[in-house]
Ligand binder design. Sequence first.
Ligand code: GAL
Ligand code: ZN
Length: 691
Amino acid sequence: MKFSTDHFLYGGDYNPEQWLSTPEILEEDIILMKQAHVNAVTLGVFAWSALEPSNDEYHFEWLERIIDRLYENGISVILATPSGARPKWLAQRWPEVLRTDAFRRRALYGGRHNHCYSSPVYRKKTAQIDRLLAQRFGRHPAVILWHVSNEFGGECHCALCQQSFREWLQARYGTISRLNEAWYTLFWSHIYDSFDDVESPSPLGEEHLMGLNLDWKRFVTERTGDFLAHEIHALREGGARQPVTTNFMYDYAGLDYQKLSDLVDIVSWDAYPLWHSAPDARIAAECALQHDRMRSIRKGPFLLMESALSSTNWQPVSRLKRPGLLQAQGLQALAHGSDSILYFQMRQSRGASEKLHSALIGHSGTGDTRVFYEAAQTGLALQQLRELCGTQAPAHAAVFYDTQNRWALEGSEGPRNAGIYYRETVQKCYNALRRLGLNVDVLDQTQPLEGYHIVAAPMLYQLRGDIVERLCEFVERGGSLLCTALTGVTDDSDLCFLGATPYGMTELLGLQRTEVDALYDGESNTLVRQAADTTDFAPVYRCSRLCELIKLSSAKPLLVYGEDFYRGTPAATINQYGRGFAFYLSADAEDSCFNDLLRFIALRAQLPIRFPQGLPEGLELTERIGPQGSYIFLQNFSNASQPVPTLPAAQFFWGTRGPKNVDLLSPFDTAIFKLPASEAFDENNKGVSVL
Ligand code: GAL
Ligand code: ZN
C-alpha cells in the first residue's frame, strides 16, 4: 500500500485527552486550528491510560467524539497506536514489559519509549488495543494514516531479548565456529563454545568485540522492526484499511532505518534541529541532509511528522525561532520532498515535562500570538502550493551516509578515538554538491546506483555485500565516484581485509593505501595543488585529523601533501576507469577543498549545473518535479539579504512576500520559480550557467 494525498497535510500532534474535563477548550481548539488552516492532526500518541484505564477496560468514546468533531470540521486524523508509553497498571502487573539496560538492571516504571520489544505480554497487550482501535476506526473516513507507536529507539537486554538474540545469531551463522571466526574471538581467548554463552554487549562484560557489537545493533533493528510489524499486523487483523507509518528521528544511529523501510507505507520523521545554536545556514544545511536522507529511503515523498513551532523545552536552551523561521523550516521540508508540515504540538500541555514546549495554541488559549500568526500564514501558503503535492525531487548526485558503516567506523578502536567525524565528512560532500544547485540523494550502500552521475562515498570503511562490484560497474559505465580516507578497510564483521586496500578498489581508484596518520586536535597539514597553472583548485588547502598515505598505480595526483615526512606525496587523485572517473581524497580536508573537488568532478561529469561558481553561503536551491513542470525553491538561511539569481525560462510562482521584490531574498524568505515541463532543466540542457 502507498500513502498519497492530493493536498499538503498541515497540523500535528494533538492530545485532547488532556482536556476532556474542559470541553469548551476542545471546541475552541477546533476553531483556532481552522483559523490556522490546519487540516490534519495526530491523535492518540501516549493516550493508552485514557483508552484503557485498567486491564481490558476500554474507553474509546472520547476519541470517537473528537475524531467525529474534527471530521465535521474538515480536519483529518493520523491515528497513533499508544504503545510509545504504557500505563502504570500494565508494568505493575507484568514487570517483564519494562526494559533491562546493558548493566542488566530492570527499569522501574516511568518515562516513555522504554519497553521490551520481546515481552509476550507487551506484544499481547499492544496487539489487543491496536486491533480494537482498528476495528473502531479502521474505516473511519477521517482517519487517513496510522502512526505506529512513537519514535522507536533504544534496546533491551533482558533474558527474553538475550534469548532471541542467540536465536538470531544461530540463524545468521549456523555453527558457533563460524561465529567465532567472524568475531575473531581467538583474540584475548574469548572463544564461545555455544550460542547459549553469548551475552549482549555490556560495560560489565564484553564491550570490545566489534563483531558482537555490530550484530547486536543489527539485532536491535531487527527486533524493533519485528515489533513494528507485529503492531501493523494487529491493525490489519482489526480491519484497518489505511496506510501505516512510524516516525523516525533526526540523525538517529540506534536503528538502521533503511531496514525498516519496507514495513511502512510512507517514511515520516521528526525534525528538531538546534536552530540559532550556530549560524542558521549551517543548521539548515545539516537539516537539508536529513530531509534528503528520509526522501532517499524510499525515493519518494515523505512526511514531516513533527517539528517545533518555536522553542522546544528539552534542548539545552529554549531559544525562540526568529520571525520567519517557522515558515522557512516548513518550506525547506517541502522543498526536499515532504508532503506535510506537521508540528509537535497543537495545544501546549499544562503540566509535566513538556509544559513549556511551544505549540500552535499556548496557555493563553488565543490565536493572537506571533507564532500563531506565522503558523496561519504557513497554512495558507500550503493551500497556494497545492499543485506541488506529490511531486518528486529526483537527484543526479548521491552521497552515501550508511548507518552500519557509521556503527563500524565510530565503534572502531583507532585510528582516531578522539573523533572520526564521519557525519561531518558526509556533510562536506553533500554541501559541495548542493552548492552547485544539485538535488542530492542520501543513500545507504545497499541502494541501487542506477540513474546517478556522481556518487560520493566518503569514509566507506565497511564494505558489505556486492558494493565493490556495483561501484566498479557504476564508474565503468561512465559514473564519477569520490572516495575518501579509510575506504575499504573491513568487512561486515569488522574483519580487516587482507591484501591491498581500499579492498577490491585498487584498480578502480588506481592507487593503494600504505599508512594512515591520525593528527591530534589542533594539528594540521596542507594540500597543495599539483598543476600550478590550473584554476580548478586553490594553491593550498588545510587538512587535519586524518591523513592517509597512498601509492599511485594508474591514478594521477591533483593535490599533494605540503608538510610532514610525507610532503609531496599524493592526497587527491583522479583515475579513469572504463567510461568514468574515480577520485580519491586521502585527507580530512577543509570545506573549500571538497567544494572545489566536487565542482571539478561535476563539470567533468557534464552534469547540468546551474551554479558552477557555487551558490552564496546560506542560499539553498532545491527542485521538485511534477507533471506540470519543475518548481525551484530558493531559500535564504543566511542572516543577510541575498540577490536572487536569474533562472532562465523560469517564472515566479510563489514568494514569502508575494511577487514583489523577488530579486532580493530577506533572511528566512523563500521564492519558488516554476519551469514548464517543456523547459525543465535536465541532462539535455547541460552545463548552463545562469549566474
Ligand atoms: C519528540 C516526541 C514528541 C515530543 C517532542 C517534543 O521527539 O516524539 O512526543 O516529545 O519530541 O519536542
Ligand atoms: Zn527485553
